[in-house]
Design a protein around this ligand. Sequence first.
Ligand code: PLP
Length: 478
Amino acid sequence: MNALVGLPWHRCNFYIAAMAIWRPALDPDSSNRATAIADAIAADVASGRLAVGDRLPPQRILAWALGLSPNTVMRAYDEARRRGLVAGEVGRGTYVRVPAPALPRGGLTPLSRSEDGPVDFSRNLPFTGAAAEELAATLTELGKEPGLADFLDRGEERVRAPQLAAAAAFVGRIGLEVPSSSIALANGGQQGVFSALMALSRPGDALVVEALTYQPVMAMALHLGLRLVPAAMDGEGVLPDAFEAAVRRSGARLAYLMPTLHTPTTATLGLDRRREIAAIAERREVTIIEDDVFGFLPRERPVPIAALASSRTVFVTSVSKSMAPGLRVGYVAAPGPLLSPIEAAIAVSSWMPPPLMAEIARRWIVDGTGARLNAAQQAHAARRQVLARRSLGNRAYAADPQGLHLWLPLPPEWPVSSFVAAAHEAGVRVNAGDLFAVGADKPSAVRLCLSHEMDDRRVEEGLTVIASLLAGGGRIVP
Ligand SMILES: Cc1ncc(COP(=O)(O)O)c(C=O)c1O
């Protein structure tokens, strides 16, 4: 018999909605229904049945479908929220949020480099060697500066204006022509990205990202209560159709993309795709935060998306990868109406980058030191990529000749977690591909960062271990 016959219309709609929804598989032994629903949410998130960004059914509809009181479902959702599984607000729905492991409980892994202990291919930092010599000369020069006290003040226009002009010249080198009045100074690219997210989103908003994305952005989204919406990629990077579908499906007004030397896949989006993404951003009124921190490493690259959709893109770069990672200076170029909220977000967390640091970056941009350091980074990265090719032989992997890392698909006999554990046991740290995955699709690949280690010999040893593991299909081949 048709279950809807005889029901009033509003009840029918309710019934139809209840038939098509996500339903928890409840533990029959559990005496507490609210806890059982929260446990089922946890299990479905872990298994991938619920993906980040999925919307849970409205409380009244789930209660109706399960034959429980709305109050029980409300308590279940509260419990899931306390466990960090879901986020949401009254009236905006309840969404699955980024899984808690995205934020390491014990804090971030130390960034320090060690000369003994495991070979570390897990940190994506460039080398610092060449910058140290330049720094000594620059500090001596600064010591003779009559206006040195200005760098100890906060935001002296005499100091800031030339630093912004240098920033405009810096981004001009990769094809982004913007006036210095469109740029904000930040404490590195990281703060630039976080400040843009802070300024341009509200809790519960959707944020479209590549299906594999920069881990700290997952943590940022978690902190800001944003729903991550993955857009599928191929070997070149994000697929325009998938990007548009993700925007349409989620109603997102904001996206975060890494079109140049993507982490972790190393992909660089070609010019045609950049044009397509720019056109979608214009058409769908989406603001793109374009993370270009690796953008100075490739010897040739397409212009930034920001140069193609200037009113729709917030462009973030820094001197970290091209000069030195400890020079904490980033630049954010944004269209007029977006710049001041981003500047306000930067000010909320740190006022500004230390003027003395920004001055070192300015001098290096203007006097050519920066270009020399960048060339040294490129040469260093290229040499490490040659070592990798030599060790990994004909094995297929993705890399850029001047990129800092490579993306290594694993053969079917190697589950990612076993490979990472075996590598660690053999003295090599690598990142499992699924750490970067936003949706349910977990890549069977690992990321190897080649520039963090100081010594070529250790890099070669580490690569030999990786090659042996791959060749041995589960065992180290002597
Ligand atoms: C993709 C990506 N974005 C942003 C950053 C932050 O860079 P910065 O050192 O300029 O803060 C990094 C640094 O590792 C990165 O890999």
